[in-house]
Write a protein that binds this ligand. Sequence first.
Ligand SMILES: Nc1ncnc2c1ncn2[C@@H]1O[C@H](COP(=O)(O)OP(=O)(O)OP(=O)(O)O)[C@@H](O)[C@H]1O
Length: 264
Amino acid sequence: MSETHIKIDNVKVFYSKKHALKNISVEIPKNQITAIIGPSGCGKSTLLKCMNRLIDLTDEVTYSGKILIDDEDIFDRKTDVVNIRKKMGLLAQKPTPLPMSIYENIAYGPKIHGMKKKRDLDIVVEKYLKLAGLWEEVKDRLKSPASQLSIGQQQRLCLARGLAVEPEIILCDEPTSALDPVSSQYIEQQLLKLKNDYTIVIVTHNIHQAMRLADYVIHLYLGEIIEHGQADEVLENPKDERTQAYINGTFLTETKIDRVRTCT
Ligand SMILES: Nc1ncnc2c1ncn2[C@@H]1O[C@H](COP(=O)(O)OP(=O)(O)OP(=O)(O)O)[C@@H](O)[C@H]1O
């Protein structure tokens, strides 16, 4: 495995009494795409929210363990949450453009971080719209409201906006689930290009998407990692019966799981 970028060590999360993540320990490699897969409610989004501490915004949540990014424990109360989030771009399920122009959507983050000169902002806007694969489609209407873009374009705009604050890591929570197949393909193509410079973690329900994108796969099941490894090994030759069933789209009843456990 290449150099570790995010080291997750014994992370546990409770929502009130609900034990959502149980002793999660896993290392996420730098400049690779890691897909988190698993059935609904298994804890995928919770794990992602731990990585940027958005989990703090949830009521009645308690968590423990460590998440080391560049050797800094982001769960440490002394860690500056704003700094952590600056290292991470988040691409959510639905595009959330800011209620302003296409240009201002991208310039917003750099302005907050102190960039003032129009020339510098122009360069940044063009650079990140190009990186997100949207420049050619919007270069002649940068002053138009972002809300006038198609949903697929809005998602690429959100990707560009996230990149404009120069993160090291891109967290994606089902980033194409609200998009048509062509727009999904655009996003996937951009993510594949971006992995040369960014560490990417993507939550996806789409096994084919994981096959197309992922270098590594984490399979979560009822809050635990039941399989983790190189994508081709996990997706084409899974060791765990539950991973196999999930990939095949078959449903394992508790009785069958018990039978499988007894047989192995
Ligand atoms: N704010 C909350 N309060 C209470 N329980 C929660 C809260 N958020 C999530 N949960 C529970 O924690 C578990 C994990 O939720 P999470 O959203 O991480 O799952 P997921 O794998 O991302 O699901 P999906 O694929 O359906 O989005 C689920 O049982 C969910 O009901």
